[in-house]
Design a protein around this ligand. Sequence first.
Ligand code: DAH
Length: 342
Amino acid sequence: MQEKIASLNEQFTQDLNQVQTTKDLEDLKVKYLGKKGPVQALMLDLKNAAPEERPSLGKKINELKVSFFDHIETRFAVLINKEESNRLSDEMIDITLPGRRRNRGSTHIITQIFDQVFTILKGMGFSVQYGPDIDSDYYNFESLNFPPDHPARDMQDTFYISEEMLLRTHTSNMQMRVMETETPPIRVISPGKCFRNETITSRHHVFFHQLEAFYIDKDVSFSELLATLDEFLQKLFHQDIKTRYRPSYFPFVEPGLEVDVSCVACNGSGCSLCKHTGWLEVAGAGMIHPNVLQNGNIDPEVYSGYAWGFGIERLAQIKYGIKDVRLFSENDLRFLNQFPST
Ligand code: DAH
């Protein structure tokens, strides 16, 4: 029996050395100290020993049992510590790692330009009225003094939907609708999409945005038109920008003008943006033609007015040096992300 005790002790020591985890240790405990384990078996075996040896053998078995318990407990303390620190390092959060950015949406650059323009022009007394993208030949052309078959219609290649209906070629289509329903003083801006049957290139698109502005009242003068445009363009670009007005032809205004600003890239000294002219064309403008006022039931003997219109893409191109108009409608995030809304 002495031998059995010694060899059990030896085996236990070997097994204990193999133990890696608290789970292994649990198993070891059950194996040696469980009810069906070898220690218990020794206890039961005591009755077969010589009666005079029983007390000392019993003591030895008990000591063995206590020593197993002690070993297991000591090892348990070590393992549980190790496992806990492993778990903590596995789960550790590295607070020095950069966070994951959320993609922030923003308004489209065209919307941003519209908003800037609205802010300036509302401050100058204009109010916004939206017109229809699909309109009749009458509002888009005829009422604006483009007679049928007039060559001026060729200035704007048009998508016709039917004989009478078309995709508007400019936001000037709102002039007549407003004149028909309102009486002067009228101070309106009308933003929106326009469509022309163009070949799509870096300079032209079938779809773009314009803003029309017009003011009708008694004694609206040509110098008021120039002064208002000057102020608007200086507010939109910067204070020192210069303006230049060239005579031009649009059927619905007389006189008609083409509006240039000094190049924002080179300040007028000449660069690739302004094709070395020092000037950038930004708008068409003029005094509203008496025929147009008449079509809108406004007496041209009593009232006068001015109108101007410009392309929003063109303003954005100038403001941010964008060379290709196709970028505005392609929705490429690499482009759009360069213009986060403020
Ligand atoms: N509607 C013209 C165009 O799209 C631009 C324009 C020119 C508007 C002169 C005006 C104006 O109001 O007076 O080409």
